[in-house]
Design a protein around this ligand. Structure first.
Ligand code: ADP
Ligand code: MG
Length: 643
């Protein structure tokens, strides 16, 4: 393996890899022993894959069916190696999997790092550094690997700078050997006792034997220098719950979830009877940085059949809206040769999925009740995803609705979220509907003119600001028997919350305003749908309202941004407040041109007040400036007919 070996090639890393490595080494240093756990986790995955592929083709065992992981330190050469006889990698796979950070959004991720070590360590953990964590303790890493069933081995080597080398090598045994050339000062990892301790602590749950050389100095050891198993070597989930410690559950999560953080919570169940399966499902603390990236390669729920790994991220096991769940499901009823296609329409899978969804929703309900702070943390990470379940999973719609948390006008601190049950319990006497408002941001929602009458009457309004909310609310028609009503849609009917007196007053106002409304509609033409007297406003002069079945202005903006065409006939209606001084003043305007300017200004400010964008902002500014100038020109006469 001299530098000029004939088949040795040098490759450059993606620009991002080098940068990520530097950051990782700095920010993860206080946690440097994670490398061992990560490499063992990869070895275990490779063994799982081999065992699965050998179900269809047992020649892949190459007469070596004893699947295991070997760990050995070499004090003379100052190396630690982690070896497995798993699936291995061929040349292209090596380039693709360890020469590349095959994650979309890596650039954006790097840009988001702050330079603050603690925060960055957390982010890098979320990103998942896996194999690269070797470079925390090693200044050179060699990977020698041969794919099961193939002839040529390949050696990858890098010092974590900008390049790596590749060369073909002879490798009799299949699988992968990762050798770490330790950095100066990392000699603690040459001590077998230290390595053994780390394995016991973090990798005991690995379902394959992990072997180390028996310690020569250990007097109880009968065969010093021979390989001996140092972990329990049985699948964690198959053990009785009472036998498994919290730490063991957490360590297993890091392996199965490819996460550096502890999980938020988990549920472990053995189902027996007509169908037998075990599930161990975790909810992470944090969403991966690319959770909403459709190209994300997610680590979801792994499927096992009778302890044999079958596939990663078996989508059929979890509905989309629970795609953040990690863990395993081990079925006793499926055949070992089950394929993805077969899972598509499989009764066994359907029942496992339904059962698992029930368990997970139960886990969330329980957390919401008993650990509300944890639940809030969960909601702020995964709420927008879980909400999709309202649309996707009509069987569990009520349960999911009860899990929703939303900002509301109940609390001045609108960041404080409420549940729908809280809302219903606080409804005013005579109030029949659950009112909500959707907007881009909490500030826009809170200050929207649409809320004015609700504030005045002390009626709570939910403030919904997630992208999915419009879509979710289109499917959520009622909760605990109460219908939902957008405050920005349809004719407002406050039911019994409005007194007869108020209703009479309103009617009178409408009659008196006929002429004004007609003039406004004539001036605005097709810019708006109808022009009508509002019920909603107390302080603002005007607002826009969609039809009951129409698109809210908010949704219209979302569609526009997404480049979608807006269905015809969904023009918003302008509602005006005839008691507002500005509107009164307009009503007295005799000059039709000036009235027209007023009318447009009224419409434009209604658009702006709800966070919308004007089609023609420059004209708005010109119009407003003209009005301001003319006002100062009329000698401060502000309360009545204009000159
Ligand atoms: P992850 O395990 O989260 O996919 P890693 O950075 O730990 O990310 O590993 C990257 C990829 O390299 C793995 O997905 C796997 O395809 C490959 N790999 C790493 N170690 C091994 C190994 N011992 N045997 C086979 N493939 C491996
Ligand atoms: Mg890994």
């Amino acid at each position: 393996m001299s530098e000029n070996a004939p088949n040795r090639e040098t490759h450059g890393f993606q620009a991002e890899v080098k940068q990520l490595l530097q950051l990782m080494i700095h920010s993860m240093y206080s946690n440097k022993e994670v490398f061992l756990r990560e490499l063992v986790s990869n070895a275990s995955d490779a063994l799982d894959t081999l065992r699965f592929q050998a179900v269809a083709d047992d020649s892949l065992f190459e007469n070596d069916p004893d699947l295991a992981i070997w760990i050995e330190a070499d004090a003379d050469n100052r190396t630690v190696s982690i070896t497995d006889n798993g699936i291995g990698m061929n040349r292209d796979e090596v380039i693709d999997r360890i020469g590349t950070i095959a994650k979309s959004g890596t650039r954006a991720f790097l840009d988001s790092l702050s330079g603050d070590q603690k925060k960055d360590a957390h982010l890098i953990g979320q990103f998942g550094v896996g194999f690269y964590s070797s470079f925390i303790v090693a200044d050179r890493v060699t990977v020698t690997t041969r794919k099961a069933g193939e002839q040529t081995g390949i050696r990858w080597e890098s010092d974590g700078g900008g390049e790596y080398t590749l060369e073909e090598v002879a490798k009799p045994g299949r699988g992968t050997e990762v050798t770490l050339h330790l950095r100066e000062g990392e000699d603690e990892f040459l001590e077998p006792a230290r390595l053994r301790h780390l394995i016991e602590r973090y990798s005991d749950h690995i379902a394959f034997p992990i072997r180390m050389r028996a310690d020569k100095s250990d007097e109880e050891t009968e065969k010093p220098g021979e390989w001996e198993q140092v972990n329990r070597g049985a699948p964690l989930w198959a053990r009785p719950k009472s036998d498994i410690s919290e730490d063991e559950y957490k360590a297993f999560y890091k392996h199965v979830g490819h996460d550096f953080d502890d999980p938020l919570t988990w549920t472990h169940n053995k189902v027996e009877g007509s169908q037998e399966y075990t599930s161990l499902l975790y909810i992470p603390k944090r969403a991966p940085f690319d959770m909403f990236d459709p190209q994300r390669q997610s680590h979801g729920v792994k499927l096992y059949v009778q302890r044999v790994f079958i596939m990663d991220d078996a989508e059929q096991l979890m509905p989309r809206y629970l795609r953040f769940v990690r863990g395993i499901i081990d079925s006793n009823d499926l055949p070992l040769n089950v394929s993805r296609e077969l899972l598509q329409s499989n009764r066994v899978i359907d029942r496992i999925r339904a059962g698992s969804v029930k368990k997970l929703l139960g886990l969330l309900e329980d957390m919401a009740e008993k650990r509300p702070e944890d639940y809030d943390a969960f909601w702020s990470e995964f709420g927008p995803v879980l909400k999709e379940g309202v649309v996707e999973d009509s069987d569990n719609r009520d349960t999911i609705a009860a899990l929703i948390r939303a900002s509301s006008t109940h609390d001045d601190d609108a960041a404080q979220k409420v549940s729908l049950s809280d809302y219903v319990a606080r409804m005013q006497p005579g109030q029949e509907k659950i009112y909500y408002h959707t907007a881009e941001s909490l500030a826009a929602a809170k200050n929207s003119p649409h809320l004015e009458v609700f504030r005045k009457k002390g009626i709570e309004v939910l403030l919904l600001t997630d992208r999915v909310d419009e879509w979710v609310m289109a499917h959520l028609t009622e909760f605990e028997g109460k219908a939902f009503q957008s405050v920005a849609k349809g004719a407002l009917d406050l039911g019994e919350a409005e007194t007869d007196e108020e209703k009479a007053e309103q009617e009178k106002l409408e009659n008196e305003s006929r002429h004004l409304l007609e003039r406004l509609k004539a001036a605005l033409g097709e810019t708006v749908g109808e022009v009508r007297v509002t019920h909603r406003l107390t302080d603002s002069p005007a607002c826009l309202v969609a039809d009951e079945a129409g698109l809210s202005a908010h949704l219209e903006r979302i569609l526009k941004e997404a480049g979608q065409s807006i269905p015809m006939g969904s023009k918003a209606h302008l509602e005006v407040n005839p008691t507002h001084p500005l509107v009164k003043r307009m009503d007295g305007e005799t000059d039709d041109d000036r009235f027209g300017e007023w009318a447009h200004l009224l419409h434009e400010q209604a658009v702006l007040a709800e966070g919308g964008e004007l089609d023609d902002p420059a004209t708005f500014v010109r119009r407003m400036n003209q009005m301001l100038l003319s006002l100062s020109g009329d000698g401060g006469n502000r309360d009545g007919a204009a000159a």
